[in-house]
Design a protein around this ligand. Sequence first.
Ligand code: BGC
Length: 413
Amino acid sequence: MNRISTTVSAVALMISGAAFAEPQAEVLHWWTSGGEAKSVAVLQQEFADNGGTWTDMPVAGGGGDAAMQALRARVLAGNAPTAVQLKGPAIQEWYEEGVLADISSVAEAQGWADVLPASIAGHMKCEGTWCAAPVNVHRVDWIWANADVLESNGIAMPTSWDEFNAAAEKLQAAGIIPLAHGGQAWQDATVFEAVALGILGSDGYRKAFVDLDQATLTSPEMVAVFDQMRTMRGFVDPNFPGRDWNLATAMVMNGEAAFQIMGDWAKGEFLAAGKAPGEDFLCASTPGEGFLYNVDSFAMFAVDGGDKQAGQALLAELIVGKNFQKVFNLNKGSIPARTDVALDEFDSCAILSSDEMAASNEGGSLLPSYAHGMALRGAQSGAITDVVTQHFNSDMSSEDAVNALWAAVANSL
Ligand code: BGC
């Protein structure tokens, strides 16, 4: 059978399956914190309201590393889940293994190309077909703060890394933990890429983490990035190893710590705890220009059975639906992937995100997050993160870290 007739019969099966079957989906995701669980419940509810039966497969672990291991085990066992939270180049990696379902019939019927920015649509395509459905745009380069702690210590939101360091020293002297952090590799990488964007600038970030340019990865500026990481290591409390990101957010909420550098899923935690932006907590982009985006999405795996295929078609349609994109993102801390969702119910941090995303898109500084799997394939991002976390958790010099960084990247190519 040639490629065209395979595609046609798959679409026909999806449509005939959808007509007779009761939609079912087993959904693998890693949304288990308070804000995340509230957000995924919106999708579960919409799926049920439309006659679907949802089997939940949550795999705890921020950033999704554990979820991705669970996925690999299921696919290797020949028993892939129907729908999987998957993003960035990992979508294309799975497509190349021949295990993804084509959801183009839904995407075309729903006019996704007209409502999604080209930069986001590009991540959802595999050789011209639609192979994933986008949920949102998370921004990674954020700094969150406890409003009272800053005010009572006479500190403004830092606009440079020097200001951040000065504020942190002042807070430390006052007995407050300056930086709430969880020592897990993906959290180290999250802080690192925000620092790197600030110090290298958007062109330098792109050269380093999109192009893997040797000169940039080994530059004096990259040494300065590791120097700043070393300084920040001094601003975290001794109990940071292994701490989950949402527990670090809770430290900022309760005033034990002043700042957290984390994507805006942290805002989902503040909101789920009833905290208000501008009053209880503050948000600002981390020092420097640019915007690091992280788009959550779902891919459907090739499965047998009309019920499951109908479930995949329904899920894909709901995920990009206007109502879901609004309600889910109000809870999740992110902004809609669709460009035609009104933002009037969104808070000031979301409006800032949307405005700065548009401005950085115009100015060429809208960049994929490497730490959240948007910029590089797994082997390369993993190689970088290994060095970042090794440096953060040892007394390795910045020069040695830069050498190790290039060696690890070169070895992964
Ligand atoms: C995901 C978010 C999630 C966060 C923490 C990120 O990689 O994009 O949706 O909330 O990890 O688990």
